[in-house]
Structures are given as C-alpha cells and as structure tokens.
Design a protein around this ligand. Structure first.
Ligand code: HEM
Ligand SMILES: [Ca+2]
Length: 188
C-alpha cells in the first residue's frame, strides 16, 4: 500500500478520474479492479478484459518509479500523473489538475454542429488536430481513451455532451454511471 488515501479531498482531477477503478480505495489499482470498474460502468466482458490488460501493462511501471517490477501490475493512484501522454487535449495540466480555460478552448475549436456537444466526426477531427508528429504512442493512447469514451457515453442522438466530458475530466462521471446503472437494475 502507498500510504495514500484514495479518497482524500486534495486529490487532483486526474487522480479522481482513476480512483473510481481503485475499488477498495487502498491507493493501488490492480488489473481485476480495472476489470470490475469497467463492468460497473457497463462495458462488456471482452472489452473490460482487454482494457484491464492494456491499461495496467502500459501504466503500472510508470507509477512505480525505482521500484522492482511487480507481476500483479499495480498502478499507484498517487503517481498517475506520470502516465500523461502527449497528443492529448491538454485539459489536464502538468500536475493532473483540470484546466477550465483549456476545456472551453477545446469546445470552441472543435464543436461546430452543436455548441454543447461533439459529434463522432468532430471527435475524429479533434484527435487528428491534437497529434504531435510521429508521437505514435500518444496517438494510440488518445484514440483508445476517446473512442471508448464516445462509444460508452454518447447520448441517443449520437452526441457526446459537454457536461459528460467535463465529468470525465473532473472524475465524477464513472461514479454517476455506476449509480445510474444500479438504479436502472432496481427498476427492471
Ligand atoms: C473506460 C474507462 C475510461 C475512459 C472512457 C477514459 C477516458 C479518458 C479520456 C477521454 C481522457 C482525456 C484524454 C485527453 O485529454 O485527450 C482520459 C485521460 C486519462 N486517463 Fe482515462 N479513461 C478511462 C479509464 C482510465 C483508467 C482505468 C486509467 C488508469 C488507471 C486512466 C488513465 C488516464 C490518464 C493517465 C489520462 C491523462 C492522459 C493525458 O492527459 O495525457 N483512464 N481518460
Ligand atoms: Ca485497490
């Protein structure tokens, strides 16, 4: 354990974004917790398994600088900022805080059909515009994050709403989705 409470109020937005996947709130995210978190927000078994493997194997080492590799692939929530990549939207600053100005700028630049939502085409355009030349790792990272996000969170008109995107950045979204799913299950 990292000695860090995953629920502390001085967490950065990026720490909150990932803390949802730390199911037992001990500050460390294991592959099975990523799987459970993905299932809790409604992803299928196949994609949740794939996400758990890819995220954990890609990010674990970066959050454990100087530590011996661990085959359980733990991700330390405290150090998640080390996993930031390039070719992103720069809405998370270098410390992993949410930058409201950059968020508005992103919408200003890329939402055309609707002021408060992105279409699939606008999203693709944004990903292309963010690409730093030859930064293939960053291209893939951004593509996977945004395409899964769009697929899971688009509304019935095929739009990704601005407030949904804001909640993804601030770390509230996954919690909301889990609660909504739980309510739906109760109703049915
Ligand atoms: C299905 C679940 C998830 C979705 C849909 C998702 C989606 C996103 C999106 C849309 C961004 C913004 C990227 C940008 O600004 O261009 C982001 C950022 C990020 N996410 Fe997630 N995420 C998920 C789960 C996770 C998990 C489990 C982790 C790690 C434990 C993680 C780590 C990160 C990091 C490190 C960033 C910052 C990237 C950067 O600024 O360079 N995400 N995510
Ligand atoms: Ca944990």
């Amino acid at each position: 354990m990292s000695g860090f409470s995953a629920t502390s109020s001085n967490q950065s937005a990026l720490q909150k974004h990932v803390a949802f996947f730390d199911r037992n709130k001990d500050g460390v995210i294991y592959p099975w917790e990523t799987f459970q978190g993905c299932r809790a927000i409604g992803l299928g078994i196949g994609i949740s398994t794939l996400a758990a493997f890819l995220i954990i194997m890609g990010l674990s080492r970066k959050t454990r600088p100087g530590k011996f590799p661990n085959l359980l692939f733990p991700i330390e929530v405290q150090n998640i900022v080390n996993c930031k990549h390039t070719s992103d939207c720069v809405v998370y600053d270098a410390e992993g805080n949410f930058d409201p100005e950059k968020f508005e700028e992103m919408f200003h630049k890329h939402s055309q059909a609707n002021a408060n939502a992105l279409t699939a085409d606008e999203l693709s355009g944004m990903l292309k515009a963010n690409r730093v030349p030859k930064d293939y790792h960053g291209w893939i990272g951004s593509w996977v994050e945004w395409k899964i996000f769009f697929y899971v969170c688009k509304d019935k008109n095929g739009l990704l709403q601005k407030e949904t995107i804001r909640a993804c950045y601030t770390g509230d979204l996954f919690e909301q989705m889990e609660q909504e799913r739980a309510c739906e299950k109760k109703r049915n």
